[in-house]
Design a protein around this ligand. Structure first.
Ligand code: NAD
Length: 525
């Protein structure tokens, strides 16, 4: 008889993580970390649900998801307040930039998805006359979605909805920094009344995310930092499965001499400070042509100084930062820039109150070797760089590891579009900021270290789908001219080839008749 090893037989205690308020530092709760077994069980449930959901007609899937509008209409206030408590952002930002985008996207896809996902006939080339080609799309299967903390509702719900429209089932891993929003997301999907297993939510930290990447999923959709994105991509490559990465940015904001300076300054303040600067599409590098630099900086400074900073209950324009580690990055970037000669025109040090508050901060005299110029800061900081002209602005804007979004400010719209087309990034706005991400018809995503793939728009729906090519022959003939035997076919094959290469229909027909004749004779023998 052997004694049981108590460390093997006792159930392992669930590991927990703590949630602290970004506004007061108080403990808001404790949440379990889903371990590998829990993640695998969630993936297994999603896999069991997959065939039923895939085979549910698209209109029925859309109708089920469309119930989300009613759920949001009924619960918007509670959801917005919970998200604000979790992140520290103003309740109005939770409403506008987390919840309101969802019905807009549903509206768009309700109209667009049936057209986009319909089987489509493609033109037949001359050499394949008699055949018909079609393209259709089918879901990838179980999609693992891993989301960040900065827009914890929107950046979870939109990819999940996109995947579900296509007939995929989903296991979602929200960020451990914002578990309250993770609960809100789970509540939202529960209220849609979807069949069991169609959406599974597993809360936890990086270990939970890693377990999801290693589980039996068919695609990974990741939003977060470049460092974690590399790990997710490596896990996807090891399988291999498709993986989409929505990563960081260092967005350029180019102010031309003929810009409407008042609008540009308003936008610059909003685009750099909304969500306390914690947005992948935050304005992070402002290039202003010398001619208007000083005037622009003065306008921005005045506007920054009018912003009210405070918690969600203080009617503030800007909340605290959500995450202590992010606040430390901001402090490090600002301090290093100051030491290297940058001028801090306003803000610059953490506020003397409890919570993770950092004021709107404006910096000039920025140099390319500063971290604040090169690396993502992800905080309420605005570095302004003086440039000689627009050419220099475009060159510097493109000289970045990132390529997520950017904007150009000019009253000459043709010039704006010309510059937009030269910016190496996934999206560019002319005289606008932030808004392209909220347009459901526009694809969203980055290049270089900003990511791989697109969501939103047509591309965003198709990225959760496999393409299936279908070729149909009427099936009347007993053989095809290009099949065996090859005997006596070479000259005719050259005729077809030359006809196709030189677009000579006569030669193609002559070649095909020769192939057909050789085929008939070959068949008789
Ligand atoms: P993060 O990479 O730290 O975490 C993102 C998610 O990955 C979290 O859920 C986390 O638990 C999980 N994770 C951690 N380790 C993991 C691992 N080894 N395997 C799998 N998952 C793991 O990022 P964050 O700090 O939450 O988010 C901020 C970053 O996200 C910024 O860089 C920002 O620019 C970027 N972001 C990009 C977009 C976009 O659409 N491009 C949108 C929002 C945020």
């Amino acid at each position: 008889m052997t004694l049981a090893d108590p460390t093997l037989s006792a159930p392992s205690p669930t590991r927990m993580f703590e949630k602290l308020s970004p506004v007061t530092g108080a403990r808001l709760g404790e949440y379990p970390i889903a371990d590998r077994d829990a993640v695998q069980a969630a993936v297994a449930r999603a896999r069991t649900a997959f065939p039923g959901w895939r085979d549910t007609p698209l209109e029925v899937r859309l109708e089920a998801l469309n119930r989300g509008r009613q759920v949001l209409a009924e619960h918007a206030e509670r959801y917005a307040r919970r998200i604000a408590e979790d992140t520290g952002k103003p309740v109005i930002e939770a409403l506008m930039f987390e919840l309101a985008v969802v019905p807009m996207f549903l509206d768009h896809y309700l109209k667009r998805a049936p057209k986009l996902l319909r089987r489509r006939k493609v033109p037949t080339p001359l050499a394949l006359t008699g055949k018909t080609g079609y393209v259709e799309h089918f879901p990838r299967g179980v999609v693992g979605v891993i989301s960040p903390w900065n827009f914890p509702f929107q950046l979870s719900v939109l990819p999940v909805i996109s995947a579900l429209i296509g007939g995929n089932t989903v296991v979602l891993k929200p960020s451990e920094v914002t578990p309250i929003s993770g609960e809100v997301v789970a509540d939202f999907f529960n209220r849609l009344g979807l069949p069991p297993g169609v959406v599974e939510v597993v809360q936890g930290d990086g270990s939970t995310g890693a377990a999801l990447c290693a589980a039996n999923v068919d695609m990974l959709f990741f939003t977060g930092s470049v460092a974690t994105g590399r790990k997710v991509a490596a896990a996807a490559a090891a399988r291999p499965i498709p993986c989409e990465l929505e990563l960081g940015g260092k967005d350029a904001f180019i102010v031309c001499a003929d810009a409407n300076l008042e609008r540009a300054a308003e936008a610059c303040v909003f685009g750099s400070m909304v969500n306390c600067g914690q947005a992948c599409v935050s304005v992070e590098r402002v290039f202003v042509v010398d001619q208007v630099h000083d005037r622009f900086v003065e306008l921005v400074k005045q506007k920054l100084n009018k912003l009210k900073v405070g918690g969600p209950d203080e009617q503030a324009d800007m909340g605290p930062m959500t995450f202590a580690r992010q606040l430390e990055t901001v402090e490090r970037h600002v301090e290093a820039a100051r030491q290297a000669g940058a001028k801090v025109l306003t803000g610059g040090t953490r506020l003397a109150r409890e919570g993770l508050f950092f004021p709107p901060t404006l910096l000039t005299d920025i140099h390319p070797d500063m971290a604040i110029y090169r690396d993502e800061t992800f905080g309420p900081v605005l570095p302004v760089i003086r440039v000689r002209d627009e050419e220099e602005a475009v060159r510097l804007a493109n000289d970045s590891e990132f390529g997520l979004a950017g904007s150009v400010w000019t009253q000459d719209l043709d010039k704006g579009l010309r510059i937009a087309s030269r910016l190496e990034s996934g999206q560019v706005m002319v005289n606008d900021v932030f808004t392209s991400v909220g347009h459901p018809g526009l694809p969203f995503g980055g290049i270089r270290s900003s990511g791989i793939g697109r969501y939103h728009g047509d591309e965003g729906l198709l990225s959760f789908m496999n393409a299936r090519a279908i070729l149909v022959d009427r099936g009347k003939a007993d053989y095809d001219p290009i099949w065996y035997p090859y005997k006596d076919k070479l000259a005719a094959a050259f005729d077809v080839f030359r006809g196709v290469a030189t677009k000579s229909i006569g030669k193609v027909i002559k070649g095909f008749l020769g192939l057909r004749k050789a085929s008939i004779e070959g068949h008789k023998s």
